[in-house]
Design a protein around this ligand. Structure first.
Ligand code: TXA
Ligand code: MG
Length: 324
């Protein structure tokens, strides 16, 4: 166990402290616009190795590298193909990770031995400030223990990582709420490896290729394992009628995440009414699940709409769900 320092992102002294710890090869959890990341200096393989230890993550699962701007790409990718430019211009900084052939100098520890590297420019003022001012590139997976819910607040990070990392830089709640969309273009074929806040339709407007969203693929992506993003409670997805029936029965040890506001007819703490729009739902999803997970043994989720901008939400909920 080490003592985890709680740093405040609003204090410039604390930001400097976070950067200094990173430069020393320590792990610091940092805010991004999607979820909190567990960051290490990407040029320091010994530091990056500590991430796998702290998360209990298998060492062949690659990490995303966060850079200050597109200008840094040539340090990390072997080539920067022309299809990148319009995407970077439109979506960076933002929740889009590009999988590119790695530069020969990039450590295998980051890529889990793969020839490719995942890279993004995060859209968070605090993190961008740290990356730019201290000339850092940061390897960072989500700051949760392996297979658990991704954290969107500093408190949630501490729940899983207290005593395992040097510091947490508290930048308040993450606004977007699900992890970045991961896109890979290889031999003229574009694939989404993980759905995220930016949809295939949106990407398609800026790419000269059709985009596939494969269910299963050969590239090692832990986010694509059947079990992932799991609360400790059992999680079930069900339709409105089923949930209404359950609400009439015993509610002991049960929590409900619903979109039909009328299902909540009292001030019970274990019924959370979610926003009906994908953006609002996404933003509140992990923190609401986390809160219910502290209170109950079974979480019942009312099935959200089956529309294309809900794809990442469905993806995370189905992986969080208990197999029956
Ligand atoms: O929004 C996000 O992407 C957050 C924040 C912190 O940036 N990060 C995140 O990292 O979700 P992580 O490690 O929890 O998930 C990263 C995903 C994994 O599924 C990993 O396999 C995939 O990115 N990935 C990274 N590098 C890859 C590569 N070279 N090839 C294929 N997949 C890769
Ligand atoms: Mg993750």
């Amino acid at each position: 166990m080490i003592k985890t320092e709680w740093l405040n992102a609003e204090s410039s002294e604390d930001r400097e402290r976070a950067a200094a710890l990173l430069k020393q090869g320590e792990l610091v959890a940092v805010p991004t616009e999607t979820v909190y990341g567990l960051a290490a200096d990407a040029t320091n393989p010994a530091a990056v190795r500590k991430i796998f230890q702290a998360k209990q993550r298998p060492s062949n699962h690659p990490l995303i590298t966060h850079i200050a701007s597109e200008q840094q790409l040539p340090c990390w990718a072997a080539t920067t193909p022309s299809w990148i430019q319009p995407l970077a211009e439109k979506f960076w900084p933002g929740p889009l990770t590009l999988v590119l052939e790695k530069h020969h100098s990039v450590s295998d520890v980051i890529t889990g031995g793969l020839a490719d590297i995942g890279i993004r420019v995060p859209d968070h003022p605090v993190l961008l400030d740290i990356l730019t001012r201290f000339n850092l590139a940061l390897a960072a997976p989500s700051a949760n223990p392996f297979q658990k819910l991704s954290p969107t607040t500093a408190e949630q990070v501490m729940h899983g990582m207290n005593g395992k990392i040097a510091a947490i830089l508290d930048g308040g709640p993450c606004v977007v709420g699900t992890e970045s969309t991961i896109l890979r273009v290889h031999q003229g074929k574009a694939e989404i490896l993980r759905s995220g806040p930016i949809t295939a339709e949106e990407l398609g407007k800026y790419l000269p290729y059709d985009i596939e969203i494969p269910q299963q693929h050969s590239v090692s992506v832990p986010g694509n394992q059947r079990i992932h993003y799991q609360p400790s409670a059992n999680l079930f997805i069900s339709d409105r009628n089923e949930i209404a029936k359950l609400l009439d029965g015993t509610r002991r040890n049960r929590g409900f995440l619903v979109i039909s506001a009328d299902l909540k007819n009292d001030d019970a703490e274990n019924i959370v009414v979610m926003p009906r729009d994908a953006r609002g739902y996404r933003s509140a999803m992990y923190s609401s699940l986390f809160r219910l997970d502290q209170q109950v043994a079974d979480i019942w989720v009312e099935a959200p709409p089956r529309a294309s901008d809900w794809l990442d939400i469905w993806d995370r909920l189905s992986r969080a769900a208990t197999s029956i």
